[in-house]
Design a protein around this ligand. Structure first.
Ligand code: GLN
Length: 217
């Protein structure tokens, strides 16, 4: 209530590198709220995306887990699939679990349509049924030591193209991969309190906008 009498902070234009990137989270199904929270925690503005118009002006996009077949049905029904295809063809995108399946160029067990933008081959439900979902802690190339990884009916990345960097593996198979401005995980980093994977994605988005990463990796 004393705002009028408090001396105003000297006004200053935010430097571009201080701006919070605007990152969309596909909010059709799955744990999009947990992704949004994780993005906010590491300095981005998270916006839920349910239609093509909401993609406008975003700096990047997260495709959460869920059920990729169901995702595809909704995306086709809502006409979002083509807009997403255009978006991920040029902007940073991060797919977790079903989102990773959507980004892959090659999907098997069974084969299905995808956005086909990331040079990885993915086998769906490769680790068994829901009951075999697991939480494991494993090594990663990300600085800061081993990473907790929550797997829920996870796909397996069976092969990666030349331009794909493997940042973590499980039983010899990649579980966290990066290809330029694209990032994919077969696990659910949004369900752990460790924010390093979301931090990496937000840094990738900043890089793409020509801004220095907040914490260089
Ligand atoms: N099994 C799901 C699929 O094939 C992915 C599971 C998940 O996103 N947690 O689409």
């Amino acid at each position: 209530m004393h705002e009028e009498t408090t001396p105003a902070e000297p006004s200053r234009q935010p430097h571009r590198s201080e701006e919070r990137p605007r990152i969309g989270v596909l909010a059709i199904q799955g744990d999009f709220a947990a992704h949004a929270q994780a993005l906010e925690d590491v300095g981005a503005d998270a916006l839920e995306v349910r239609n093509s118009a909401q993609l406008a002006g975003l700096d990047g996009l997260v495709l959460p887990g869920g059920e990729s077949t169901t995702f595809l049905k909704f995306l086709e029904r809502d006409g979002l699939l083509e807009s997403l295809q255009r978006f991920v063809a040029e902007k940073p995108a991060f797919g977790t679990c079903a989102g990773c399946i959507l980004l892959a160029t090659n999907v098997s067990r069974p084969a299905q349509q995808s956005l086909a933008v990331m040079d990885i081959s993915v086998e769906r439900n490769a680790y068994g049924r829901q009951i075999d979902s697991a939480i494991q802690t494993g090594p990663t190339k990300l600085p800061g030591g081993p990473l907790e990884m929550v797997y829920i009916r996870a796909p397996r990345i069976a092969g990666v193209g030349q331009g794909v960097e493997v940042l973590a593996e499980r039983d010899g198979f990649p579980v966290l991969v990066r290809q330029g401005r694209l990032l994919a995980a077969t696990f659910h980093p949004e369900l752990s309190s460790d924010r390093r994977v979301h931090q990496l994605f937000v840094d990738m988005v900043r890089e793409q906008r020509g801004q220095p990463a907040v914490k260089p990796l």
